[in-house]
Design a protein around this ligand. Sequence first.
Ligand SMILES: Nc1ncnc2c1ncn2[C@@H]1O[C@H](COP(=O)(O)OP(=O)(O)OP(=O)(O)O)[C@@H](O)[C@H]1O
Length: 112
Amino acid sequence: MKLITAVIKPFKLEEVREALAACGVSGMTVTEVKGFGRQKGHTELYRGAEYEVDFLPKMKIEAVVGDADSARCVEAIVNAARTGKIGDGKIFVTEVEKAVRIRTGEEDDSAV
Ligand SMILES: Nc1ncnc2c1ncn2[C@@H]1O[C@H](COP(=O)(O)OP(=O)(O)OP(=O)(O)O)[C@@H](O)[C@H]1O
């Protein structure tokens, strides 16, 4: 299994959620975060206003998916989250050793 962590522009959350659902992703965790990338010190547009600050609001999406689905999900996120402007975000993919659905005790691929 893989953990896909995507940091995206907040207004793209719904589009990314729909794109992941279309990929068969059945669960995800979303957190409001702040961060910066290379654009630090430069101007980024957020809700129509220009900011020159260190940290900008972002949404972090975490989804654990089967190995076979990972590449397709990453592509779906890229397509849904891209505006072509700075600050579109990043995607990180990491290995997941174990998953358990607490209610049933199902494990790994059956649990995600
Ligand atoms: N190396 C990193 N490690 C962890 N989080 C990161 C990293 N780079 C970016 N992020 C997170 O992703 C968010 C969006 O990154 P951002 O799109 O600004 O990256 P960038 O490299 O500057 O790309 P761009 O040139 O498209 O703006 C940041 O606000 C931060 O929360």
